[in-house]
Design a protein around this ligand. Sequence first.
Ligand code: GAR
Length: 211
Amino acid sequence: MPKVKIGVLISGSGTNLQALIDNIEKGLINGEISIVISDKKDAFGIQRAKKHGINAVEIDKKNFADKNIFMKAIMDELEKHHVELVVLAGFLSILSEDFIEKFRNRIINIHPSLIPAFCGKGYYGQRVHKAALDYGVKVSGATVHFVDEGADTGPIILQEAVKVEDDDTPESLAARILKVEHKLLPQAVKLYCEGRLTIEGRKVIIRTQND
Ligand code: GAR
């Protein structure tokens, strides 16, 4: 089976990108990262990629007055590198409809809560954890899902719960959930690259290796 060409989109630190790089370097994923794109200038994830000899570029959203032109620039870069799977690893821009159509069922996102809680417009990064703590939930967690036109509404691939402690702050909860993300995202990408994910309506069916 040829390796799946992956494009990773980031906006910041890129610890999830690092988890993907580490799993790929260990030979655990039948894929290769062809390009890393950041929509923000000076995102640390770009340095992580370059350190591992991976192509990485900044396409700074701030340089584009028009969202569609910004999205087109990202799509062109992905196309240039023959990307088959797009992974949103802490990517905070909302994708255009053209983008979603072009990569239909081939875009995976990681979100730091148990969707459908604390997700959608305005819920990203620490805001998610603050909202979960303010609500008083006893568990939160991480979700990996396919991306559709809605905000965090696509079919769910994997989820894992994380217990909320009484003395949690958004930072402490984020740190424990991030550890789970670093396991869940590579696992979902691995399953995709082995052709083991099938979308049936809202459900993602995961085939076992023996099927
Ligand atoms: C992660 O917690 C990810 O789940 C979150 O941003 C963080 C990025 O961290 N994504 C969202 O909130 C998307 N709605 P990283 O740059 O260290 O991987």
